[in-house]
Write a protein that binds this ligand. Structure first.
Ligand SMILES: [Zn+2]
Length: 672
């Protein structure tokens, strides 16, 4: 059966057909488990929302053509997109099993997420259960009197050996509620959804309730923006900006792997983050992100990120996480590509489309390079290790994590930048990471079992025209930051450390993992320093190596950097700092207080630890004070200009002797 979600009318049949086959016809692929079921005999689910105000959802699953004395049903232990065990089975209650005539059958649990039904000869088994759906921020399941958001892996039981069976989902909900999802519905019945198999159901969250729908076309493809949570947004602006992102990223991959796309948005306080799905995404954000211009710009980064995943991880996926195994952790050394390369294209897309000013992009890039270099874990954990251990490290951080782990999003993004530059350099700008991503997407359809680390090395080397394995060996398989000074020369950019001048009071945070952006703030006095920076002696700033937080009114140590003096002195996470040098220290105070001290000074810290007062004398260390900056090279070669223009999809700035702050002035007109 042809499933409408994936159509052949898009550009590249040779790529899309294998994907189509995987998504629609796994039950007929030889070698897949379970008896092939006829397409007209689906597993049926019913979602019943009789009392949504209680946050309960009743689910029933009817499995036809059952054979044997028992049948097992399971609930996923995790949700694709979040590499951590969530165990949603903990909120399942009132499980009951029946045969086709309504006679009750014995049901018992055989592990934390699996139920076994004694069939007693029945060829149809129905299992009903109730889910407490009060888990909004992990984007798994949430029900109240305004809506139901149901992400398949967290609410729908599946039959492990019939995961490729076609499915049908019927929704019983209040009359005025509507259904939004990437799934197709039965013609004429918007409350009956169909999915070619369980993988598609899992990757098509369902939003049912009171929400707004905005629609736009990109090419001839329908895109829907669905907003739950009241917000005073500008629909035309959303359509226009989302379309720019869709077009720019489609151009990289040469075609869309879907026939319709749905952006689900939850707007409200305390929300943030998004999850990619097959032909939809769920994005959560503060209401301000749709109402306030600056917050909105940041929100577009989330849109750009999640949408890029439509290809990178949803259609092009590493071996080890395709097909998903819902019963346990799924391992890959390539999350740095899934998340890091996606993060690289998140901002690059915004810069290419003009949704982020070029100077803001380059400024953010320089800042993140500085953070990567300053982050102690960068010297300890490789990107492959960070990817593989995501389940026990990245998603389960402890106060020491900053010293021993890297973030495969941020560091993966910069390794992707380094790789992009390496490919451009090696190929004389004949190829780029864009080409590698497109080629990978073409060559590794989901039906092929995913790509390996070696596949990526091979495609990169092939397109780059030289063996790029040394790059991967050095910066992906080993813990290290790429040589960005040299890499960025390829596109005519100069990376340098700009020392802070003596009486400059623009203070940088000592806090390592503070990733707060300060978009839009331009330092007016940067211009004069560009000429003389080579002679400026870097000012050293005094450091303790502590990250503080305020907890129940107490100034508390959140983490201790292993490369700072506080670590060796024995300050530990969760210590309460009462005073520094005899005066109360508050969380926000630390940097200001350190500013007045010099490296080599000794400070006295009064600390409460397990209700005991402890006193520590610590000699402050020092590190160069200043910030990383990207400038255009003064006399770019033709090759640098060409590489820059194909990278940023915009002209090299016109003025000859220009730096990034100057360029800002001339470009401010692009922001409407
Ligand atoms: Zn992501």
């Amino acid at each position: 059966m042809h499933h409408a979600l994936f159509s052949r009318r898009h550009h590249c049949p040779s790529i899309l057909i294998p994907l189509l086959m995987f998504l629609t016809a796994c039950s007929s692929i030889p070698g897949t488990t379970g008896a092939a079921q006829p397409q007209d005999d689906p597993i049926e689910y019913t979602i019943t929302l009789n009392a949504p105000q209680t946050q309960m959802v009743d689910i029933a699953i009817v499995v036809p053509n059952v054979q044997g004395p028992t049948i097992d049903l399971a609930l996923s232990v995790w949700r694709p997109g979040r590499y951590t065990v969530l165990d949603p089975a903990g909120t399942v209650t009132q499980e009951q099993a029946f045969d086709g005539t309504g006679r009750e059958l014995p049901i018992e649990k055989i592990d934390k997420s699996t139920w076994r039904v004694q069939t007693d000869g029945a060829d149809t088994v129905r299992v009903a259960y109730r889910v407490y759906a009060n888990s909004l921020n992990d984007r798994t399941r949430h029900v109240d009197d305004t809506h139901a958001f149901l992400s398949g892996s967290s609410v729908f039981f599946y039959v492990p050996d019939r995961i490729d069976d076609p499915l049908r989902v019927t929704i019983e909900a209040p009359d005025d509620w509507t259904v939004a999802t990437g799934l197709e519905h039965v013609p004429g019945d918007k409350r009956t959804l169909i999915a070619p198999n369980f993988h598609v159901l899992v990757d098509s969250p369902i939003e049912i309730g009171l929400h707004d729908v905005i629609e736009f076309d990109s090419g001839d493809t329908l895109h829907q923006i669905v907003i739950w949570g009241e917000a005073d947004y500008d629909a035309d602006e959303l359509k226009e900006d989302f379309a720019k992102i869709v077009e720019s990223q489609t151009e990289i991959f040469g075609g869309k792997p879907y026939e319709r796309y749905v952006f689900l948005i939850h707007a409200g306080s305390g929300m943030g983050g998004g999850t990619e799905h097959l032909n939809s995404t769920i994005m959560q954000t503060r209401r301000a992100s749709l109402e306030d211009k600056k917050a909105y710009k940041r929100f577009l980064g989330l849109v750009s990120h999640e949408f890029f995943h439509t290809w990178n991880v949803k259609a092009l996926r590493p071996a080890g996480i395709t097909p998903y195994d819902y019963s346990k952790e799924n391992y890959t050394k390539l999350l740095w590509v899934c998340e890091g390369t996606t993060s690289y294209y998140t901002d690059l897309t915004l810069a290419r489309t003009g949704l982020m000013k070029t100077k803001d992009y380059l400024k953010k890039l320089a800042t993140s390079i500085g953070s990567m270099r300053d982050h102690p874990g960068t010297k300890v954990q490789s990107l492959e290790s960070s990817s593989f251990d995501a389940w026990i490290k990245f998603t389960a951080p402890n106060p020491h994590s900053l010293n021993t782990t890297v973030n495969f999003y941020g560091n993966g993004s910069l390794a992707s930048l380094g790789l992009d530059m390496e490919i451009r350099k090696a190929s004389g700008n004949q190829a780029s990471l864009d080409d590698v991503m497109r080629t990978m997407y073409e060559r590794f359809p989901l039906s092929g079992g995913g790509f390996t680390p070696q596949d990526l090395v091979d495609v990169s080397s092939e397109l780059g025209g030289v063996d790029l394995d040394p790059y991967f060996a050095k910066y992906v398989r080993t813990a290290a930051a790429p040589d960005f000074e040299s890499a960025l020369q390829v596109v005519g950019l100069e990376l340098k450390f700009e020392p802070k001048k003596k009486d400059d009071d623009d203070d940088d945070d000592d806090d390592d993992d503070d990733d707060e952006e300060k978009d839009g703030d331009v330092d007016e006095d940067d211009e004069e320093s560009t000429e003389s920076d080579s002679e400026v002696e870097p000012t050293m700033k005094a450091i303790l190596g502590l990250n503080l937080t305020s907890r129940n009114g107490a100034t508390t140590v959140r983490s201790v950097r292993s490369d700072g003096p506080a670590f060796d002195s024995g300050i530990t996470a969760n210590d309460e700092i009462v005073a520094m040098n005899g005066r109360r220290l508050t969380t926000g105070d630390l940097n200001d207080r350190l500013e007045k001290l010099e490296p080599g000074d000794v400070v006295t810290l009064h600390i409460m630890r397990r209700d005991e007062l402890r006193i520590f004398e610590i000699t402050l260390a020092g590190k160069p004070d200043g910030k990383w900056k990207l400038d255009y090279v003064k006399e770019p070669s033709e090759a640098q200009i060409a590489a820059y223009e194909s990278w940023m999809k915009q002209d090299w700035p016109k003025k000859k002797k220009v730096d990034i702050e100057d360029e800002d002035e001339s470009e401010s007109s692009t922001e409407e």
